[in-house]
Each structure stands twice: as structure tokens, then as C-alpha cells.
Write a protein that binds this ligand. Sequence first.
Ligand SMILES: Nc1ncnc2c1ncn2[C@@H]1O[C@H](COP(=O)(O)OP(=O)(O)O)[C@@H](O)[C@H]1O
Ligand SMILES: [Mg+2]
Length: 243
Amino acid sequence: MDKRGAPPYPRRDEQIVGRRACDTSRLQTIRDDERRHIARELHDDLGQLLATLRVDLSLLQQQALPENASQQIHSMNELLLSAITSLRRIASNMRPRALDDGSLYFALQTLREDFEQRYSIECELNAAESELALDDRYSTAVFRIVQESLTNIARHAQAEHVWLSVRRHGQTLRIGIADDGIGISEPDLAKPHSLGLIGMRERVRALQGEMVLGDTDDRGGTRIDVVLPLPPEADRASAAAAD
Ligand SMILES: Nc1ncnc2c1ncn2[C@@H]1O[C@H](COP(=O)(O)OP(=O)(O)O)[C@@H](O)[C@H]1O
Ligand SMILES: [Mg+2]
């Protein structure tokens, strides 16, 4: 194009393309905010409501009721349970709120501090910030695995101490969660409505990892070990370097 023909300012179609790019990234941000909001509402609000409904139903069930009413309550309870299950699945596949404020490392630190404060159980975290620059999929999985394990310890273990470790060994990530509580018995593992451990296993399997659940050797208590292979694209640092 000759000099005379060159427009002094971006042509109209270029302006439109520029504006579109701008709109797209703004829309993406709005969409991300919205997703976060929905995940939070699902988890904090709807989850609580459904759990409360289940408690109400079980109180109703304790009253002397005609057989058909009692059967209906039973099937309502089953429905509620599956609603809670799908809610958990949907909410937990969304990015946890804690990851919005910083890296996985800081989210784990916050989880550890909140756990200690809320349950007065000591928790040591062995992790290094530089090793945990992982993409959203892996960060979410690691965070949820640790979160579920700590919740289980608070609810079931009667522990005084937790040892948590999230370390990288080359292209694998090793998560270890050990407590000095009462340990898990075989029947505990077969509880039909216990979805936490099943969910953890599914999450690990989806990332081609392995999860082993057992006793701690010396202290009594429970130990969960997870090994996740980290493909290159899981690595936020290397993905950024490749750009
Ligand atoms: N750290 C732990 N110490 C002792 N028992 C545990 C621990 N983690 C899990 N359990 C046992 O395993 C069962 C299954 O756990 P989970 O699948 O998370 O279901 P839920 O927490 O909903 O009961 C629990 O009900 C509990 O009896
Ligand atoms: Mg649980």
C-alpha cells in the first residue's frame, strides 16, 4: 500500500477487531467471576439448605407415621442424597474460592491455619511455593484432596496431630496426609453413603494418579498417599516459559 493510501488512524474494521478482543477478555473475566460466584453459592448456600432438609426429614421419620407416608419420606431422603451428591460433584469441579486469592501454596497454608484454629488439631505442612505453580486443573484437584482429608480428620479421626506434605519429585507430585487418630476400619471404608474417599479416588484416577490408604506405621491413625504424574502442561511455570 502506498504512503498516501495509508490511513492515519486504525481503519474502521481494525477498530472493530480491537474492540472485539477487548470485549472478549472482559466477557471472560465476567464469566470467571460468575462461575466463582455460582460455585460459592452452590457450596455454601444450597448445600447447607439440602443438608438441613435431610435433618428435618429424619426428625419427621422418627414420628409415628402411616406406612405410605414413611415410605415417601424414605424416597425423599434418597432423592435429597442424590441431589447433595451431584451438587458436590458440580461445585467441586469448579475452581475453589481459596485459589482466587493466590497460588496453591497459599491456599494450602490458609487451609492449614483455618483447620488448626477451628479444630485445635496441630497441622504441619511440608510444601514449597516454587514447586506448586500448577495449572487450574491440578491446583483444584490437590486442594480438594487435602480439603476432604482434613475434613475427614476433623469429623472422624479424634486426632491431635496432622502431617501434611505436598512435594514435587521431578514430574510427579506426592501428597501425604497422616494423622494420629483412631484409624479407618474396613467397615468404615464400605459405608454406602461415604462419598468423600470415593470422590478423592475418582479425582486421582482422572489424573492417572494413584492413591493408597492405610495405617500410619508407628502412631496409629490414618495415612493417605497420593502420587500424581505431572504432564508438562500441568506446570504453570513451564507453560508460561513456552509462550
Ligand atoms: N482420617 C480418618 N480417621 C478415621 N476415620 C476416617 C478418616 N477418614 C475417613 N474415615 C472413615 O471413613 C469413612 C468414609 O469417609 P468419607 O468417604 O469421606 O465419608 P464421610 O466423611 O461422608 O463419612 C468415614 O465415615 C469415617 O468412618
Ligand atoms: Mg468425608
